[in-house]
Design a protein around this ligand. Structure first.
Ligand SMILES: C[S@@+](CC[C@H](N)C(=O)[O-])C[C@H]1O[C@@H](n2cnc3c(N)ncnc32)[C@H](O)[C@@H]1O
Length: 362
């Protein structure tokens, strides 16, 4: 089946996530990508996609006419070349008119733009759960039906509900934690995922929610306690946490994948001056390379390792990255995203960005 994904704020990261799970992805614009999947992809497991829709392989009207009896709620998002609020509205009203003529009762969700926002989709129940509440997506001459919409509120709740939080270690958004896990590939259910810089446990929590086992270690005892408290709060049992320095720790048991946000250096509120940047870079580089060297001796060949490392905003608005890929390659890892221009996660003006590196042990 052919699927369409409406990509998130950082489309390159969304595409990389889809690619890791579904193989070949065709990016058709900065907002959209199409891909094939035998099984229906689940929006709740994807951190980087805003909406998922499946191809409707008949005319939209024929499709709508076959819907079970009762009132239809219809929204149309138009992503075609040159689309606007007007083109989307014309399509939805045209469909409504014919359906009404055929005796169907229809409510049209008003477009504020060419595409319906995720908030409006959720608010109107167009997330694919109700057969008669339909959001159709038009992309030139193809039509798709939305089968999943990212539940923004659920992510916010998961983030805020955690009893142990610490602003200093940074707040890894649950969505990004999912992306880091998914970039490890389509892992079998029950795989055991290690986060050696687990902090308050966002990666552990998301891994457990996705049906994996979680193993977290951190150099800071307080962080390990925080992770433990947070996992207990969610009622998880299939996890282990312990104190350990990632540069020399002996991890126990089988490790199927490693997904983590590594040490990101000191929190910063202004662009660092050259000398400060240099010392920060040295410190982070030593920890990350020390960790990868230690890890390399303990995982088997083919194990995926996805790590977010820091990159710092410069005065010119570009990010200064850690130059570590060659050294990582020399340590016996395959670097998957060598030209990693796009896998930089940050908000507008954020000083420390997260630079995602995808590796696999040789
Ligand atoms: C950016 S935070 C990770 C936050 C985490 N993703 C969370 O959900 O809260 C980095 C973590 O790395 C830990 N850390 C720093 N150096 C370390 C080392 N050498 N070994 C293990 N953990 C380390 C810090 O204590 C901190 O919790």
């Amino acid at each position: 089946m052919k699927y369409l994904a409406v990509l998130g704020r950082q489309p390159e990261i969304s595409v990389a996530e889809l690619e890791a799970l579904f193989g070949e992805i065709k990016k058709i614009s900065n907002k959209l990508a199409v891909f094939k999947s035998e099984t229906k992809p689940l929006i709740d497991r994807l951190g980087g996609s805003m909406k998922l829709a499946e191809l409707v392989d008949e005319k939209p009207l024929e499709y709508l006419r076959k819907l079970p009896e009762g009132k239809i709620t219809l929204g149309v998002s138009d992503y075609s070349h040159g689309a606007s609020k007007k083109t989307a509205t014309i399509e939805s009203l045209k469909l409504k008119k014919i359906l009404v003529r055929h005796g169907r009762s229809v409510r049209v969700v008003e477009n504020k733009d060419a595409a319906i926002s995720t908030a409006t989709s959720l608010h109107n129940g167009l997330s694919g759960k109700n057969e008669r509440k339909v959001e159709l997506v038009k992309v030139n001459d193809e039509w798709y039906r939305v089968v999943g919409v990212q539940d923004i509120e659920a992510y916010a709740k998961r983030d805020q509900a955690r009893p142990a939080r610490d602003a200093k270690v940074g707040m890894l958004p649950p969505k990004l934690a999912q992306v880091l896990i998914n970039l490890c590939g389509d892992l079998p259910k029950g795989s055991r995922i290690l986060d050696p810089f687990c902090g308050t446990g966002v990666v552990l929590q998301e891994a457990l929610l996705m049906g994996y086992k979680a193993y977290g270690t951190d150099i800071n005892e307080r962080m390990v306690e925080y992770s433990d408290k947070n996992m207990k709060h969610f009622g998880f049992t299939d996890y282990e946490v312990e104190v350990g320095d990632a540069t020399n720790h002996d991890w126990q048991g089988k490790i199927d994948a490693v997904a983590c946000e590594g040490y990101l250096g000191k929190p910063m509120s202004t662009v660092p001056v050259e000398i400060k940047l240099k010392t920060e870079k040295q410190e982070c580089k030593a920890i990350i390379l020390g960790f990868l060297k230690n890890l390399g001796a303990q995982i088997s060949s083919g194990t995926p390792v996805v790590i977010a490392v820091p990159a710092w905003l410069r005065e010119d608005g570009k990010y200064s990255r850690l130059e570590i890929l060659d050294e990582i390659g020399d340590m016996g890892y395959n670097v998957y995203n060598k030209s990693r221009e796009g896998l930089l996660y940050h908000r507008e003006g954020q000083i420390v960005a997260r630079d995602i590196i995808i590796l696999r042990k040789d």
